[in-house]
Write a protein that binds this ligand. Sequence first.
Ligand code: WQD
Length: 336
Amino acid sequence: MSKTIAVTGGLGFIGSHTVVEMIKAGYTPIIIDDLSNSTLNVLDGIEKISGIRPVCYTLNILETTELEAILSTHRVEAVIHFAAFKAVGESVIKPLEYYHNNISGLISLLNAMKKTNVRNLVFSSSCTVYGQPKELPVNELSPMIKAESPYGNTKKIGEEILIDISKTGHKTILLRYFNPVGAHPSALIGELPLGIPNNLVPFITQTAAGWRNQLTVFGNDYKTPDGTCIRDYIHVVDLALAHVKAVEHLEKTELMYSAFNIGTGKGSTVLEVIEAFEETTGISLNYKIGKRRDGDIEKVWADSTKANTELGWKANLDLNQMMKDAWEWQCQLPTK
Ligand code: WQD
């Protein structure tokens, strides 16, 4: 009998790719999504890729009673929790909305899980909890510093809540994502562009597609080989596969709480990402160097040895594949 896994935010960028990989791995995902940052078309994409149309509830996780009913009706074994607001810049402008949605939402979910005796949780965390690490690559024992943004703080507070409740019988795995980019190779699901993108890769593909006039590179006076910031970009499919491994690990581990860095271990500068895009697509990108963006850290990349050894997970897809898949997804989007 296939195990049922509830996926909150399952129609989002990372959530939808994870639902596809959960189905491929033989699980039965149940999607819970309030469509605040996605559309039901994503469900069509999931069905076209996997041949299965998962049950999907359009619900905000703050509706605790409805959430309880779903978890008990479907005899859920574990929850993968993606549902949260995630734009760093927006969180600075709307901190209360971010704390309410991300923290009260998590607490509502945990209450529903407690009431229905669902004990296992995979939590979507972020490398933003490390801030600018003093030593690189950053590992799970690296100190967590005060987050640069309310968004990053909601991830840090979320982790602290989960550590405390792990002492009351909840078993939690925290996955600290680095920079998720790309799209499914089928180009049937990908990152949904709602408004002007904050993130680098959707801005690159939208500039190449003529939706944006020009990309601005935010600063080239950092202490890096070419002066631009370094990040650990990870293909969204590799990231989705890490969630399958985490759910499998939850069933086996005795540990009630564990955190894993989910990155490639390779850092790339902004100019290297642009170069990979141009090399892969044959398109010359229109960009200029501008001033630094407030809140940006200079460089970060992961030591993911712990995920490699304990989860049996490793990233396989390189930057060129990320750019290829991101571009093919962009090309099939309806022009603005
Ligand atoms: C990457 C680099 C920018 C846009 C993201 C998510 C955050 C977290 C970590 C999950 C930086 C530069 C960007 C542009 C640019 N993920 N850039 N021009 O800031 O690392 O954070 O990953 O929790 O939620 O936001 O990613 O893509 O915004 O920036 O030069 O138009 O690209 O300065 O150096 P970031 P990003």
